[in-house]
Design a protein around this ligand. Structure first.
Ligand SMILES: Cc1ncc(COP(=O)(O)O)c(C=O)c1O
Length: 386
């Protein structure tokens, strides 16, 4: 049961639905229940709402409305492009960064069980693609490349435009997962596309929208085999009756996120700096520090403390945080992201992720630092460190 006074520091896992988003969604869950494919008044109203949401999502990422394919979330958007584009390519090498979300990793692993050859690119100690390794990989002629815009665990940004530009010269198709970037940094699909990015995956629930809806922004020159066949919705790329309420919510969430991006970014950057100063004073290691990052994310470890243990104790103290590989932090294996960055297993097992949202305050950060210090002192006394 959630305590009323809980401080929520886990916005990279999901965000609360913005009240304006909820308000926009509600009519589509009650009186306005039409199927967007129906020709009558109910259906036409639903179609109009879906089209308006498409315009809003497209505007938020500098894309054309006809490039947006609504999906059941970010994972589906990643799967749709990677498997769907691969279906039309001659199997060969597929290269991904080693810090991708499992939606990308598992998709390419499925391809690798067929005729594809999977290559994991190298990253440096801050989690950025190693340029020399990347150039060498390109010389081997990969057909498909996937590198995310922003990492969900560390917040580290990749220079996707430059990477895609080099890939384009080699004729490779390029996909980027923008799920953790949307609403945190400006995204312009038009200019990314001009640099050779063919597809961008998005999700609504990381920016105040509902869960279970997202989009693939796809270059129409690339042929994609749908994952779901049927009634031919979404230009035949994603059959199934549209989830009108969720799509409407996604549209409004995108519009709000972009409207307030600059203001939110500077506020969250100040919170991050305050937290990092406090953590550094406690001797914590900050992962990805010094690299360009989204403003809301801090991933750290305190040597000798297990991340799972820390987040359990901090949960009791009223703080909702994530440990290690935090989208589904059920296993206690060290994060594949930190391992790829060369972080030793012991320290990686200590990883804790704080991800701020627009409702968080300086006072919450200060109180969290006190709670963290108290927790580590108590654990030391109990001798539960390792
Ligand atoms: C980088 C990244 N990609 C994809 C996803 C999956 O998105 P969804 O939860 O909408 O399926 C997530 C979710 O945490 C993510 O962080």
């Amino acid at each position: 049961m959630t305590k009323m006074a809980m401080v929520y520091f886990d916005h990279n896992a999901t965000t609360p639905v913005d009240p304006m988003v909820l308000e926009a969604m509600l009519p589509w869950l009650s009186g306005q229940f039409g199927n967007a494919s129906s020709r009558h008044e109910y259906g036409r109203a639903a179609r109009k709402a879906v089209d308006e949401a498409r315009d809003r999502v497209a505007a938020a990422v500098g894309a054309h409305a006809t490039e947006i394919v609504f999906t059941g979330g970010g994972s589906e958007a990643d799967n749709l492009f990677i498997k769907g584009a691969a279906a039309f390519l001659k199997p060969g090498m597929i290269a991904i960064s080693p810090v991708e979300h499992p939606a990308v990793i598992k998709s390419v692993e499925q391809l690798a069980r067929r005729a594809w050859r999977l290559h994991r690119l190298a990253v440096d100690a801050k989690g950025r693609i190693d340029e020399a390794d990347y150039r060498q990989t390109l010389s081997a002629g990969p057909r498909l490349i996937s590198v995310m815009l922003a990492n969900n665990e560390t917040g580290v940004l990749q220079n996707v435009a430059t990477l895609a530009d080099a890939a384009q010269a080699c004729g490779a198709v390029f996909h980027t997962d923008g799920v953790q970037a949307l609403g945190k940094i400006p995204i312009d699909f038009r200019s990314l596309n001009a640099c050779g990015v063919n597809a961008l995956a998005l999700s609504a629930h990381k920016l105040g929208g509902p869960k279970g809806v997202g989009a693939l922004v796809a270059d129409k020159r690339i042929e994609i085999e749908p994952l779901i066949a049927g009634g031919g919705q979404e230009r035949g790329l994603r059959s199934g009756t549209e989830n009108v309420a969720a799509i409407v919510g996604f549209g409004v969430a995108c519009e709000l996120a972009v409207q307030h991006l600059a203001e939110r970014s500077s506020r969250l950057t100040a919170l991050r700096q305050r937290l990092e100063e406090g953590l550094s004073a406690m001797g914590a290691t900050l992962f990805g520090a010094g690299a360009d990052r989204v403003p809301n994310t801090v991933c750290f470890a305190i040597a000798g403390f297990d991340g799972e243990t820390l987040i359990m104790h901090l949960d009791r103290a009223g703080y909702a945080l994530a440990s290690g590989a935090a989208c589904s932090s059920a296993d206690s294996e060290p994060s594949h992201v930190l391992t790829a960055m060369g972080v030793p297993n012991g320290l990686a097992r200590g990883a804790v992720r704080v991800s701020f949202g627009s409702g968080n305050t300086q006072e919450e950060v200060d109180a969290f630092l006190v709670a963290l210090r108290d927790t580590t002192t108590k654990l030391r006394q109990l001798n539960t460190t390792f």
